[in-house]
Design a protein around this ligand. Structure first.
Ligand code: PHE
Length: 451
């Protein structure tokens, strides 16, 4: 394709791809998962998943995407020389479309909370805050509208193209996000008794490590790195031929991990400082945190007010750089495969995701809107994070490790032998041939009760 976009700079590549990785997964999902799974021990397992499964998995998607320079479905088909592999790309596109649907609902909640922080509506005792969340998220209309609004904001950035839309937005939003995060971390760790929260994050208790912890850490690592959705493959198709893939993958994984850890350092010290247990699950940042902010900064309410606004603004920015990447995967596919104009292709995706978002949003207030015994919203989260993402990553590693031409894989990994990272090639190949597919296979089998 002659008119394909490209990222314009090395920093643009890292920030845009890290922008995809850093999102609600780091600031909403990681803290509540850590809170529910016992703290530091979960983080260690999570780190292991990133190193041995995440980075090799990212590299594999980068290799497929950069080599093929096309949308995910075509990239998988052309990389393997077999049309059937294109289905893995299609699976990725489907996964990211479902994620965009339910993710936008949570992002819409963040928009609401940002507005509510500004107008001071989150002030009140714990029962009031709980009631606020339940009545807002259970409302059939407003959260759905906010979810669609979020998809539309994403839409208008994506149609501006790779360099003017995605890269520009990431270069602005990512540094902003980092500064906001640091400000809140400093405020949180200087509270009285904050050390208990820091200990919870950094002192592992291995008796808490169960198979469930492994499963959840794996799902979280994949979700957080945007792995198995063909998103990394699509972004890599806009990389330059000179991009060092190992270096970029390591930088992105490091940024993603650090931001998750900082999100923990922002939430847990504040929660422990006011004696709140951080195991309340997905509602942690919507029910527990507003109380925590009020109590923790009761000595200076204006500080609590400002921190709350900064926090929800941070969430909105983080979510946006991720929704952009999910949207781009499908947009590139419809644009290149159905030969639709880019803006039309983007509309197809926007409409499909908005429908998913409306149903997911409704399922929060109507518990009978279920699939396989779970409210639709929880089902989408489970299906994508614990089944579709691992399956996508496993199939990609089988393709790259076993089926594709080893000459091409090596050329891409080593940038035609010019990169110093070539010493890591054998280790990469070992991970991608054995460690990644076998561990994911075992984990999936365990999940379905086969072993
Ligand atoms: N990685 C993103 C996050 O942590 C979510 C995401 C998943 C983005 C899949 C793109 C594809 O929030």
């Amino acid at each position: 394709m002659k008119d394909r976009g490209h990222f314009g700079s090395k920093i643009g590549i890292v920030l845009a791809t890290a922008g995809s990785a850093v999102g609600l997964g780091n600031i909403w999902r990681f803290p509540y998962m850590t809170g529910q799974n016992g703290g530091a021990a979960f983080i260690l397992v999570y780190l292991g998943c990133i190193l041995f499964l995440g980075i090799p998995g990212m590299l594999s998607e980068f290799i497929v995407g950069r080599h093929s320079q096309s949308n995910a479905a075509r990239a998988y088909a052309s990389f393997s020389g077999g049309k059937a592999w294109g289905l893995v790309g299609i699976l990725g596109i489907l996964t990211s479309t479902i994620i965009l649907g339910f993710y936008s609902v949570v992002a819409g909640w963040c928009l609401q909370y940002l507005g509510a922080s500004v107008t001071g509506q989150l002030k009140g005792d714990p029962t009031y805050v709980l009631h606020y969340f339940q009545s807002f998220s259970g409302n059939p209309v407003k959260p759905a509208i906010l979810g669609i609004a979020f998809i539309l904001i994403t839409h208008f950035i994506v149609v501006r193209g790779v360099r003017n839309g995605i890269e520009r937005a990431s270069k602005l939003l990512m540094p902003l996000l980092f500064i906001l995060l640091l400000v809140i971390v400093v405020a949180s760790v200087t509270l009285p008794d904050a050390s208990k929260g820091i200990e919870f994050l950094l002192k592992p208790d291995f008796s808490k490590v169960t198979t469930k912890v492994f499963l959840e850490a794996l799902g979280q690592a994949f979700f957080s790195l945007s792995l198995g959705t063909a998103c990394l493959c699509t972004y890599a198709s806009y990389f330059s031929r000179h991009t060092h893939l190992l270096q970029s993958a390591s930088q992105i994984a490091l940024i993603d991990f650090l931001i998750a850890l900082l999100a923990g350092l922002m939430i847990f010290p504040a929660a422990f400082s006011v004696g709140v247990q951080p195991d309340s699950g997905p509602s942690l940042i919507f029910i527990t945190l507003p109380n925590v902010f009020q109590q923790a900064f009761s000595f200076m309410p204006i500080l609590g007010y400002v921190i709350s606004i900064l926090f929800y603004a941070l969430l909105v920015f983080a979510a946006l750089t991720s929704t952009i990447s999910m949207h781009e995967i499908g947009t590139a596919f419809f644009h290149e495969e159905l030969k639709l104009r880019r803006s039309r292709a983007a509309w197809v995706l926007t409409v499909v995701c908005s429908v998913i978002a409306v149903f997911c949003s409704l399922s929060v207030g109507k518990p009978d809107l279920q699939l396989f015994g779970k409210p639709l919203m929880d089902f989408c989260d489970f299906l994508t994070a614990q089944v579709m993402l691992p399956a996508g990553a496993m199939l990609t590693s089988i393709l790259v490790g076993w089926c594709a031409s080893k000459t091409i894989v090596r050329e891409e990994f080593t940038n035609n032998e010019t990169s110093r990272s070539k010493v890591f090639y054998p280790a990469y190949l070992f991970c991608v041939r054995y460690i990644v597919p076998v561990s994911i296979f075992l984990i999936l089998m365990h999940e379905f009760g086969v072993i």
